[in-house]
Design a protein around this ligand. Structure first.
Ligand code: FES
Length: 160
C-alpha cells in the first residue's frame, strides 16, 4: 500500500523529532488519519513498515487509544471514559443513558449514521470526571443532565 506523498513527508518529519520509532506511532497515526482517512488494517501495516516497527506495536496503540478512526465514524463521535476516576464519579450512569437514548452499544453507530459511541480507558481528564470527547472537543464533568442537554442540542432521539 502506498501513502500519499504528503503523508509520507509529514511522517518523516515526525520521525526526525523523536528519539525512537515507537515514540512516533501516536503522532504518525494522527497524520495518517488526517491525510488518508480511516486507519484500515492495510494502512496499519503500511505505517508499521514506514516507521520500521513491528506491526503489533501499531496494533497495540490502536487497541488502547480510542481516538483513531478504525472503522468509519458516525457524524457525532462520542468517547466516554469508563476508567476508575470516571467510574467513581458516575460514568456508568452517563454511559447507560447514552445507550438508552441512542439505542446503540459501545463500538456501534446509530442506524442513521449520526451517533457513535466508544468507551475509553482514561482520556487524561480525570480531574473532570466523568470525562468524554465529542469529535475533537473535551466534554468534562459529565452527568446525566449535562449529557441529555448535549444530546438535545444535537437533535438526538429520546430513546429508540
Ligand atoms: S479515568 Fe476517566 S479521564 Fe481518566
Amino acid at each position: 500500500m502506498n501513502f500519499k506523498i504528503e503523508t509520507v513527508e509529514k511522517i518523516n518529519v515526525i520521525k526526525g523529532q523523536y528519539a525512537t520509532a515507537q515514540g512516533c506511532i501516536l503522532p504518525a497515526l494522527y497524520v495518517l488519519e488526517e491525510h488518508e482517512g480511516q486507519v484500515t488494517p492495510e494502512r496499519e501495516k503500511a505505517l508499521a513498515h514506514l516507521l520500521d516497527v513491528p506491526t503489533y506495536q501499531v496494533a497495540e496503540a490502536l487497541s488502547f487509544y480510542t481516538m483513531y478512526n478504525r472503522h468509519g465514524r458516525g457524524k457525532h463521535h462520542f468517547q466516554l471514559c469508563r476508567n476508575i476516576s470516571c467510574y467513581l464519579r458516575g460514568s456508568d450512569e452517563v454511559i447507560a443513558l447514552f445507550q438508552k437514548r441512542l439505542g446503540i452499544l459501545p463500538g456501534e453507530v446509530s442506524a442513521d449514521g449520526k451517533y457513535e459511541l466508544e468507551l475509553a480507558e482514561c482520556l487524561g481528564n480525570c480531574d473532570h470526571a466523568p470525562a468524554g470527547i465529542l469529535g475533537k472537543e473535551d466534554i468534562n464533568d459529565l452527568n446525566c443532565d449535562k449529557l441529555n442537554a448535549l444530546l438535545d442540542k444535537l437533535g438526538a432521539p429520546h430513546g429508540v
